[in-house]
Structures are given as C-alpha cells and as structure tokens.
Design a protein around this ligand. Sequence first.
Ligand code: GLC
Length: 474
Amino acid sequence: MSSFRYRPEILEGVPERLTQNLKQFEDWFVLDAAELKKITDHFVAELEKGLTKEGGNIPMNVTWVKSSPSGRELGRFLTLDMGGTNLRVCDVTLSEQKGDFEQTQRKFKLPQEVKSGTGEELWDFVADRLKDFLEENPTGAQDNTSVPLALTFSFPVDQKNIRSGILQRWTKKFEVSGVEGEDIVPQLEAALARKNIPVDVVALINDTTGTMIASHYRDPQIKIGSIFSTGTNAAYMEECRLVPKLEGYGLPEDAKVIINTEYGAFDNDRQILPFTPFDHQIDSESLRPGTQLYEKMVSGLYIGEMLRLVMVKLHEEGRLFQDKDITRLRESNVVDATFLSIAEIDTSEGLDDMRKEFEGLFNFSPAVDEMKVCRYLTGLIATRAARLYACGIAAICKRNNIRECHVGVDGSVFNKNSGFKDRASQGLRDILDWPVGEIDLIALNASEDGSGVGAALAASLALKEADQIKTTIL
Ligand code: GLC
C-alpha cells in the first residue's frame, strides 16, 4: 500500500458544483507506488540500453570526466553557462584550502531571438557578453596568454573528448540553426576569435556534470548530480567496463567516467508513462513533438502550461470562471512554473498572492473557492511531476546497486518550492520500500554552483589530464 496521499483538504467547504468532476483529474494525475515501481523498472532497462553500442531512447552520453577533484585544484578559470533562461559568466579562483574559492559572476538574459536565430548570432552574443564581463572584471593576464575557460552547455552532446561535442539535438525550446550535428567548440572559438578575446576553451560540460562535480567536492557521499528546472536530467559516475559502447577505447579496467544520462528523453517510444490528454497536447504543440517526453511531464518549462490547459478545460465544462473573460488564459505558455510555486505557498485565507497572480497574468479576479480548486489542481500536477522525477533518480540507484547516497540537485523548480523535495523524497520512499521510520536513504540535497565552481573544477581536471598525456608522450 502506498503511503502517498494527495491532499484534498484545500477543497473543504468548496461548493460541490465546483468539485464534482475533479475525480477525473485525480485519475489522470495521481500515481500510486505500484505505478511508480513499474515505471522505474522500465527506466532501469532503458538506462542499460543507452549504454549499449546500439543505444536506445536515453542517450547516456560519455562526458570524459574521469576523476573527481582532489581538493588541491588551483587557479583561475572563466566559465560560461548556456542552457536555459540566462547566460551566466563567472570568474572563479580555486584556492589552496579545499572548498575555498572566490567567484565573480554576471547573468545576462538570453533573448528569444537569440534562442531561435542562427548559430553565428548565438555565439556572437555569447562572445559579446563575455567581452562585457571581461571589461568590468579584467583577468590581469598578459595580452598573449590565454585564460582557460569551461563552457557549461546544457543540451545533449556527443563527445569524443572533454573539449569537443557534437550537438545531438536542441531541447527546451531552443531552435538555433546551423548547430545541430556540429561540434560547438570550434563555433564558440570562431566567435571568440572574431571578437579578439584571448581565452582557451579547455572543457565542455553539461549542467548535471557540473552539479555532480561541485556537490561531490563538498560532500563525498554525493553519487548523482541532477537538475530539476526548465529541463530535467541527471549524471552519475559509471564504471567504464560496464559500458559496452566504450569497448575498444583501451581504457584501464578500473576506469570510471561521468555519464550524462540525458534522461529527459525517457519513453520517447511511449511504452510506460501515464500520458494524459494534456501531455499529448503539450507534446504535439511543442517545437519537437515526440522528443523529451519524460521531461515534458516533469520539468518547469511545461508544468505551468499543464495547469493552464486543465483550467481552460474546467472552464469549458462550465465549472470555473464562468462569468469571466478568459482570453488571456487561453494564450499558450502564459503560466509558468513560478505561478505553481506561488499558488502552493500562499497560505493566506483569501489566497491573496494567488489572486495577484491571476489579476496580473490573466486580467481577472476569481472567487476564493475557484482559486482553491486551482490550488488543488496545482498540487496534483506538481505532485505528479515530483513523483515521476523520483523514478529517474531511483532508476540510477537501482541500476548501480546504490542503497544509500546523497543526490546534489540544482534548479529553480526544486529550490523555489520545498514541496517538490518532500514529494520527490516520498516518491523515492514508495519506490525503494524504505522501512517505516527509516531516514531518507537517498537524500535529495539542494546544490548550487555547478556551472561556476563545478565547471572550473572540470577545467582544472581537463588541464591536469592533458598535462599527464603530454608527459607520457614526451
Ligand atoms: C535538458 C537538456 C539537458 C540538461 C537539462 C537540464 O534536458 O537536454 O542537457 O541537463 O535540460 O538543464
């Protein structure tokens, strides 16, 4: 029996005419322990398939990060983080004391036209912002010495080494032409050369890899780095001898490597996930139908739209906002994940914060009882997202016989709403059958700085490895 309970308390006192047909939404969105276990078992098989030469839905990309930082990494690194809403530029200095570092950073919003323009425009934008940053924060390097730079690029790339990567496909509503199927490092380098910026790109990593490195640096019990944000994904350290697609690379028997799972692509062949009509609609109206199907059910970029579709359906069934003009609510993507967080943490009697959101976003003010229904629906959608998120983490643990560990999780969905952590932890408990009263054996811990310190450490490891290779050849 699942110990999971959805929380209908918010509906107490709400008139029946508003709650009558909510049962169908519970049927769609509530997932019990048995369903989560079935999904997780299929997930394990798919992770396995991704490691074979033939591959599967889940890319299981080899990152070529083969060791963990020792704590003795030193030096100054520039890092660029591109992959969601913002471009982040950091200047990180790792100092002798383990875990001690200095960091200066600046964030720039990535304009929509850059996310859907040409590759050259994208990389020029990135190089220009780096130039702005360097003008404000000079590195002090002599003109002819290049500063090492690590790029966190949060999309699936096929890597043959840590300083190159071919973009497999855009995700998260990016649609920049001329980049898919290409190595992105020479594209960035060409833009840096065009702008005369003397930096040396030494590492290309994913945000999950950066999170894994940064959080493991502080807490050796970390075995998984994960993002629960605009997108959803995880990375973990794998033994190379268990990765069939690494056969023939001549790696030492005991070698390990971080795998960036890219598991947002789980179940693209629609074998197991409990798709609702809303999931089908979100997918078919997306830029890339049939891709990232798991991510579309879980991540911040889509759960707001899910709530919007549900509210519109209830309006059409004559249940919600009957006397209101819902023109604004009919606009795609007008609701984002922040709306869900605000709705969930608003405990005021009149749901005042939620009302402000309604007025600001949709131009109308609902009755309190109607907002209670919306808050209930928000709970259903957010709980489903968190419990499905738990399936991915549980699958990595099951596949690798990890009974106990810490997971470093970064991302706005996870950090802005503590409800997500509790629900995802409950999901893990249901899937992994922890004894009642036992603490969380797989602990989800908030982590940050994957793209600052994590990327700087990856750059330092990459330089060290390049040095070792040079010494061996000499
Ligand atoms: C998408 C990207 C992946 C990234 C994740 C979180 O799933 O494909 O590379 O890690 O979003 O940002």
